[in-house]
Ligand binder design. Structure first.
Ligand SMILES: NC(=O)c1ccc[n+]([C@@H]2O[C@H](COP(=O)([O-])OP(=O)(O)OC[C@H]3O[C@@H](n4cnc5c(N)ncnc54)[C@H](OP(=O)(O)O)[C@@H]3O)[C@@H](O)[C@H]2O)c1
Length: 401
């Protein structure tokens, strides 16, 4: 498919509305490095007025933004707190480093001798000062941020629960453990605030966007408000760990939408679609490079970024009339074909089947090895092997890991 740059009205409007979108100016500057901190970057927000209520396609929703929480306000708000990050996977890494760079007192709690312990030390967390066992970190912390894997949250809950004493705050990055309590056994003590900040992206992106002086979108929610301050705390923590905008939701809505999205379009669905399209091209005699370029490369390098920047109509209008006609005709067929799959997926999320599958698989001792085997199978698929050669031809190609 070839691309044409259209000068249609829709396109101009799209461009115009984008330039009108409000933005705040962020300047990343190096902060004062504390001992053993490899890099400290503190984004300085030259804020404009905070947004409180926005119209999302006719529905008003409340959104909290970083501009309302400059670092001075954050440090003042949390001056008596110690954030205990329990777990140092992708979220633990991103959230703890961001909060630390925002000037908050942060400690990390992970099991000794594991992969995370090593990783945390490499990132400058020091044993006995800022790096502790899980139990000790919870004891020292006032805000207990449970960033263990969802399966581990369930497995360790009996040991962790008695340590969450009155006046502490319990924080999650996913509604999973609390919402599916029948399966996870995670029932929080009734005398603490229980809140959630769920970044809408990998912890690596939580960190990289922060370092770029931007911020990830996060959902925030309150499960239990004992102090009357739970929501405010959730927003402040959302900003502290690197969010640019915090969208209000509930624990249930967060976990249902999250499990659904990642199994659907974000990850499972996209792999299924790419693979099916590629396979049919190959069955019809197209070369691997042609099949890959027409399925993945053009999507990720050209068209999807346009959707991301300006929306679906903009992408359609930026393509040839031939492409546009065909896409408009075929989109409803894909919609019809996919709808029952999405309905079934949502049902399986809501009735807990996906949770049980996840807990039983990720609770196994060798879950990392098993995942590695399955993702290696994807890597070995012809489509992704062909992709490696295609990527190598990009002008900005860097040797892949
Ligand atoms: N990753 C994302 O994209 C994302 C996005 C938003 C929200 N979240 C949520 O954030 C939370 C953390 O997710 P994540 O992806 O950062 O974590 P993860 O990589 O799944 O979890 C890894 C952490 O759990 C620890 N762990 C695993 N099994 C353990 C056990 N039996 N006992 C003690 N520790 C154990 C690991 O320590 P060892 O190294 O010692 O095994 C590691 O520190 C989850 O609730 C997740 O749903 C994740």
């Amino acid at each position: 498919m070839s691309l044409r740059t259209s000068t249609s009205r829709a396109l101009k409007q799209a461009l115009q509305s984008t330039t009108q979108k409000r933005s705040f100016s962020l300047v990343a500057k190096a902060g004062v490095a504390a001992a053993a901190r490899p890099q400290v970057v503190r984004p300085v927000v030259n804020s404009t007025r905070g947004i409180k209520s926005l119209d999302f396609a006719g529905t008003k929703e409340t959104v909290y933004e970083r501009a309302d929480w400059p670092t001075e306000k954050l440090t003042e708000y949390f001056k008596n707190d110690t954030l205990a990050m329990i777990g140092y996977g992708s979220q633990g890494h991103g959230q703890s480093l961001n909060a630390r760079d925002n000037g908050l007192k942060v400690i990390v709690g992970v099991r000794k001798g594991g992969e995370s312990w090593k990783q945390a030390q490499e990132d400058g967390w020091v044993e006995g000062e800022t790096l502790f066992s899980i139990e000790e970190a919870i004891g020292r912390g006032t805000i207990i941020m449970n960033l263990l894997s969802d399966a581990a949250q369930s497995q360790t809950w009996n040991e962790i629960k008695p340590l969450i004493t009155k006046d502490k705050t319990l924080y999650f990055a996913h509604g999973f453990s609390v919402v599916f309590k029948e399966d996870t056994g995670v029932v929080p003590p009734t005398d603490v605030d229980v809140i959630l900040v769920a970044p809408k992206g990998s912890g690596r992106t939580v960190r990289s966007l922060f370092l770029e002086g931007r911020g990830i979108n996060s959902s925030i929610a309150v499960f239990q408000d004992v102090t009357g301050k739970a929501k405010e705390k959730a927003v402040a923590l959302g900003i502290a760990v690197g969010s640019g905008y915090c969208y209000e939701t509930t624990f249930e809505k967060e976990v249902y939408s999250d499990l659904y999205g990642e199994r659907g379009v974000l990850m499972g669905g996209i792999q299924g679609m790419f693979l099916a399209q590629y396979q049919v091209l190959r069955e019809n005699g197209h070369s691997p490079s042609e099949a890959f370029n027409e399925t993945v490369e053009e999507a990720t390098q050209s068209l999807f970024p346009l959707i991301g920047k300006y929306g679906m109509d903009y992408m359609y209008n930026a393509c040839s009339t031939t492409a546009r006609r065909g896409a408009l005709d075929w989109a409803p067929k894909f919609y019809e074909a996919n709808l029952p799959v999405f309905k079934s997926l949502y049902e399986n999320v809501k009735n807990g089947n996906e949770t049980r599958r996840s807990l039983s698989f990720n609770g196994q001792k060798d879950y990392r090895e098993k995942f590695a085997e399955e993702t290696a199978e994807i890597d070995a698929q012809e489509i992704w092997r062909a992709g490696k050669t295609v990527r190598r031809l990009r002008p900005d190609y860097k040797e892949e890991l």
